[in-house]
Design a protein around this ligand. Sequence first.
Ligand SMILES: NC(=O)c1ccc[n+]([C@@H]2O[C@H](COP(=O)([O-])OP(=O)(O)OC[C@H]3O[C@@H](n4cnc5c(N)ncnc54)[C@H](O)[C@@H]3O)[C@@H](O)[C@H]2O)c1
Length: 335
Amino acid sequence: MLKGAIIGCGFFAANHLAAWRLIDGAETVAVCDTDRARAEAAAAATDGATVFTDAATMLATAELDFVDVITTAPSHRPLVELAARHRVPVICQKPFAPTMEDAQAMVDACASAGVPLMVHENFRWQSPLMAVKKVIEAGEIGEPSYARIQFRHAYDIYTNQPYLKTEPQLAIMDLGIHLLDLARYLMGEATRLHCRTQRINPDVAGEDCVTILLDHAGGAVSLVDFSFFTKLEPDPFPQTLVRIEGTRGTVELLAGYRMRVSGPGWSREEDVEPAVPPFGAKPWHNIQESVVNIQRHWVECLRAGSEPATSGADNLKTIDLVFKAYQSAETGRAL
Ligand SMILES: NC(=O)c1ccc[n+]([C@@H]2O[C@H](COP(=O)([O-])OP(=O)(O)OC[C@H]3O[C@@H](n4cnc5c(N)ncnc54)[C@H](O)[C@@H]3O)[C@@H](O)[C@H]2O)c1
């Protein structure tokens, strides 16, 4: 049984903890938060994990096979470097880092310590999006040439994550990062992007509506657009809607988790709605299921000694697109 510890016991940690309980071969033996009450509440959701309020003390005293960092980005680098110094494999939540320099430093620290590093980039582990990928890989739509990846809603994200309201870099850093990763996952590496941002909601500091055009190696293009201020009914939150056109047909992931694959004179439709995990609830089941999937993948990778799909090194390419998107929006130039 792999012994894991979590660092950061806030809003999203509840999903990680519940997922760890479902996964064979791993258990949470320690929890850490600088806020003791939060750490104690998290420990109550485990089979007697030891409570820590200081990550350095935990790494120095607990016997761990991995740590799972679930704090916000500014604390990622010191925590990941701490794990690397102790030669403990580490998972790090997204956004991986507030700067490219921090992201590269974490990848380098883990590489030189010889420890695996995975970014908890869970969107590509949502089963509806994996179903779309399968259609592409099976060649059903031919060679993809165009993608639209969309996530527009007006769900109140600020109650659970109040820190988002004051973030000067909001939607690209928080959500666009997932969608840019999906663009890479579904369409291959991006070679150029052009980004436009808007701040529609007057109550938030950062951009909350974003439109990004990407070029991909091989000539395909994708449009990634997302918004935290789209008023419509029914609100599709938290579904990612996708349309990918290829030389033979089109695959669409439509609201209500309906996947439609069609071409001239033919079509088929599949219900790809994920099951609600035992700890989960709608409409979050889609995200919650992906948390179980990515954490299970981590355990399998540790066992096999293989590199996680969203390793730190892989995620450098996603976070690079995030920083380029901000730069493009600021300068008005394609990069
Ligand atoms: N993938 C997803 O679907 C998804 C959804 C929500 C949040 N997230 C990400 O998860 C991360 C955490 O978000 P959250 O909403 O849970 O934040 P949060 O503020 O609710 O929780 C973070 C916790 O970390 C603790 N912490 C901070 N620095 C620490 C340190 N050095 N040592 C120990 N504890 C420390 C804080 O006290 C806090 O309790 C964010 O980066 C966010 O983007 C991902």
